[in-house]
Design a binder for this molecule. Sequence first.
Ligand SMILES: Cc1cc2nc3c(=O)[nH]c(=O)nc-3n(C[C@H](O)[C@H](O)[C@H](O)COP(=O)(O)OP(=O)(O)OC[C@H]3O[C@@H](n4cnc5c(N)ncnc54)[C@H](O)[C@@H]3O)c2cc1C
Length: 463
Amino acid sequence: VNQLEARYRERSLWLDQCPGPLEPRAPLSGDVDADVAVVGAGFTGLWTAYYLKRLQTDLRVTVVEKEIAGFGASGRNGGWASAGIAGSPSVYEHRVGRDAVLRGIRATQEAVDEIGRVAGEEGIDCGYLKTGVLAIATSEPQRRRVEATVRAQHARGLGEEDVRLLTPAEADGYVHARGVRAASFTPHAARIDPARLARGLAEACERIGVTVYERSPALALERGLVRCPDGTLRAPTVLRATEAFTTLLPGERLTYLPLYSLMIATEPLSAEVWEDLGWRDGLLVDDRRHLFFYAQRTTDGRVAIGGRGAPYRLGESISETRERNADVRARLERTLAQTFPPTAAARITHHWGGPLGVPRDWSMSVTFDRVSGLGFAGGYSGHGVAAANISGRTLADLVLGRSTDLVTLPWVGHRSRSWEPEPLRYVASNALVRMLGSADRHEDETDRDAKRVRLIASVLPPG
Ligand SMILES: Cc1cc2nc3c(=O)[nH]c(=O)nc-3n(C[C@H](O)[C@H](O)[C@H](O)COP(=O)(O)OP(=O)(O)OC[C@H]3O[C@@H](n4cnc5c(N)ncnc54)[C@H](O)[C@@H]3O)c2cc1C
């Protein structure tokens, strides 16, 4: 158990700092019956189980998790519970129209508040603090992208109170970042400690009568049953909540591109350093590079900052060796020191990463088929914290046959095509991160747009 505990703690700063033991719950053994089987105890699976049980107390809801609750991206991410569509609004716009997309965006804003509400109600101490996101631009191309993004959001129906442009001087009132040419701010985002939220949610689920089995990998999901190594879970409804790990299940290899996002965290910084940084507590900050960074001021006074760009070896699309990468780590350290100079002397205590599920069109889906009883949610393309809360409520409504506003959101029933078979997917994925990295270097050095990004437009999120 100690070795296992060490392995779980190594997966992220958040899991490492989680209070209490990370001892796995009992695994599934023998034949077990339930009304609803949920596979995966990340945010998607746990929110789904939570809302199902809250809506119908006598429903037997059982979760099976390969490792422990919060082992996946949910226990490792940047801790941004932030509004905005997971994926590309334009993909849904073609199918459902502008009004429906605006309703979807509003739903993501509500989800940020809903996460805070449940955390409060269930006594989950996850450092929830709704301070918003500051997006900064540190070059001319980035400035144009910040402005274009805000214009596009206003054209979709959002107002100044949802997202607005700031001058460098105004941005400085949120945090003293170096080299800011322009910025935008949205209040619709909260900082969280993601592992504490995931682990707290698993406990909240159990308190209301959900059964959670850990160390219980589903080997196959079929109509009416989930096979695990030591037992079988029988349930008329089977819901898959395995996001990037879905690609390890039979027949699902090309469902998502498993991209990795990697993070580093500083040691806790002194009060003087925070004073020098002028960083509002809870404020989330990102930039507009192609391989953008995302950062938060943590509850225990560290900066946790992440970014993408880790390549993969053929046949190792999901692998713990991808979770750490010297180049990405060095890039993040450089970005941190350059953008927030008072942090330059701080020790980096943690480096970790995890997989994101990216569908071919970069757009999420929540799907349930009443006839087979099979459903799933995921494909958040790296933006799943708020989205998974919506997915959980939506799957619960779909399973219980409730005709709420959630079940007609743009991503319900959305289908993305598969990725190209290997080695094409591998070539595309590595070309993507290489090209984006080189475009950023070009833009930083010349202050001009990197046109080369157009060469990989076919694998980027549709604009
Ligand atoms: C480094 C990083 C930073 C990120 N930052 C942010 C952010 O700041 N904001 C944001 O919105 N999003 C962020 N994301 C994305 C976000 O974390 C994910 O979209 C979200 O957590 C997905 O939740 P999930 O429950 O669907 O999947 P996961 O959390 O990945 O959960 C899937 C679970 O299923 C389990 N599992 C897998 N296979 C099986 C099986 N066969 N049987 C049983 N169980 C199985 C896994 O062990 C895992 O616990 C980030 C992701 C990473 C990796």
